[in-house]
Design a protein around this ligand. Structure first.
Ligand SMILES: *Cc1c(COP(=O)(O)O)cnc(C)c1O
Length: 470
């Protein structure tokens, strides 16, 4: 596969270059594949559907063709995914796609684990380890640390702002041993990011250490997230016919979004032939994309803090990929978009629990509320000309091509549950007065000793530490 970049479509690189460099440093653009090969119809239409790992292998294959042989790719998939996504029915037209059954209980495990193993594969003939530096405000760092833990040839240093992340998040970051360690920096997330960025541009340091990043814009994190969309769409298509006699359902993926990496992966799955009719982009008060869809003007802005904090992004990096793949008109045709403020998030957790019994986390809750509103009359109202003022929480005024399918009860919503509610136990408890059950792997990590290394917010101190310890 040849990859090009969002800012210069004459750029042409192979998969290895795209993965190992993360972005095109010359243009600042993000890599995207030049084509999205369709899977065989007979494979997609199997009933019962193929296994998650089978789908993952077949979807990954064209993107690594000629660079990773089939046997090695199969081993990467096998090792990356000892867990699977789960599709849980909520009611006759709604399913939850649980993406939190990996080690850190959030969907980022799917992308980070595939990226770690492909990087390790490409580093296999090198004499020295590749040193990954990551600045994190919480969830990304734990997914990356866990994904790279004990992976050969890779070494990870995570920087996080001391005292500014939750207790669970801190435990998940600071309890690694071996090739992964965390530095708690006396500063903010931006300070952490600045230390990492300065290190990447430090020629003297780069002469001594092979440095790389593992951030969310890497194509090796984006591609594997498309696997679970394909899987879920096949499961729901087969189940909706049995569960509720909805044959050939119009499947709407409802995606709680921040940087829009997850949603972009859904677009890739659709391009590859997944039976997906459209998307609902669900955000918190950081509604840069809903505003763009409503007005046509894209205005990146500083982020604001919300209860769904993994989506607190005011300048979503994958906007650039969405724009490279589709026009605004196409986006308006395929997407509904919906946003909620903090009060709305708490109400959504409550209402999901009282209507369905399901305990949902603050991120998934926005998706749930979006779908519940769409299918309970808001889409019909929109089609009849009653628009929500897009400055208030709710749907933006565009009518997607699948809007009428919702009214005709042919549409089925699949809400992506991006994290275990146990990771946001306090917010969930405050909303419903119940503690969500804690998965054993989260409980175990809470008992491990904290190994974080204190670090001053000073580049020279950081650099000396790296040179002395890596
Ligand atoms: C990262 C994250 C998101 C947002 O995903 P994007 O790909 O950035 O849109 C949503 N929910 C949770 C729990 C996350 O960790």
């Amino acid at each position: 596969m040849i990859y090009t970049d969002t800012r210069d479509n004459s750029a042409k690189v192979d998969f290895k270059t795209a993965v190992m460099s993360g972005m095109n440093k010359a243009t600042g653009g993000l890599y995207i594949p030049t084509s999205f090969p369709k899977l065989e119809k007979s494979f997609i239409e199997k009933n019962p559907e193929p296994s998650f790992r089978d789908i993952a292998f077949n979807m990954a294959k064209p993107y690594v063709d000629g660079e990773i042989p089939d046997d090695d790719l199969a081993a990467i998939i096998q090792d990356a995914y000892p867990f699977s996504p789960k599709v849980v029915p909520l009611d006759s037209v709604s399913y939850v796609l649980e993406l939190f059954h990996g080690p850190t209980c959030a969907f980022k495990d799917f992308g980070a684990r595939f990226m770690a193993r492909t990087m390790s594969y490409f580093n296999r003939n090198e004499d020295t380890p590749l040193h990954i530096l990551v600045a994190t405000s919480g969830d990304t760092g734990s997914a990356v640390g866990s994904a790279f833990h004990n992976v050969p040839g890779l070494d990870v240093t995570i920087l996080y702002p001391d005292g500014k992340i939750s207790e669970i998040q801190e435990k998940q970051l600071s309890t690694f041993t071996g090739n992964v360690r965390a530095l708690k920096v006396k500063g903010t997330f931006d300070d952490c990011q600045k230390l990492v960025k300065t290190a990447f541009t430090d020629e003297e340091l780069r002469k001594k250490l092979r440095l790389s990043s593992a951030n969310s814009i890497n194509i090796a994190r984006l591609l594997p997230q498309s696997f679970y969309y394909m899987y879920a769409a096949c499961v729901v298509r087969n189940r909706a016919a049995l569960d509720n006699k909805i044959h050939d359902p119009k499947i709407i993926m409802v995606v709680p979004s921040g940087n829009f990496g997850n949603l972009t992966s859904g677009l890739i799955a659709k391009e590859m032939g997944a039976p997906i009719a459209g998307f609902t982009a669900a955000t918190n008060s950081n509604k840069t994309i809903p505003d763009w869809i409503a007005t046509g003007d894209y205005n990146a802005r500083p982020s604001v803090e919300t209860f769904a904090n993994a989506m607190d992004v005011g300048a979503p990096s994958n906007y650039e990929r969405i724009k490279a793949m589709y026009t605004l008109e196409e986006v308006r045709r395929d997407f509904a978009s919906y946003w909620l403020n903090n009060d709305g998030i708490v109400d959504a957790i409550k209402s999901c629990n009282s209507k369905t019994g399901y305990i949902i986390d603050p991120h998934g809750a926005i998706g749930w509320q979006a779908w519940d509103s769409i299918r309970s009359g808001e889409m019909e109202a929109l089609i009849n000309g009653n628009k929500n003022d897009y400055n208030n929480p709710g749907l933006t005024p565009n009518i997607p091509a699948w809007g009428q399918d919702v009214v005709n009860k042919k549409a089925v919503g699949v809400i992506l549950e991006t994290a275990s509610p146990a990771k946001f136990g306090q917010t969930v408890f405050d909303a419903i007065g119940k503690e969500p059950p804690i998965p054993s792997r989260l409980e175990e990590v809470m008992r491990l000793p904290d190994r974080a290394i204190p670090m001053d917010n000073d580049y020279n101190t950081f650099k000396d530490w790296l040179l002395a310890n890596l």
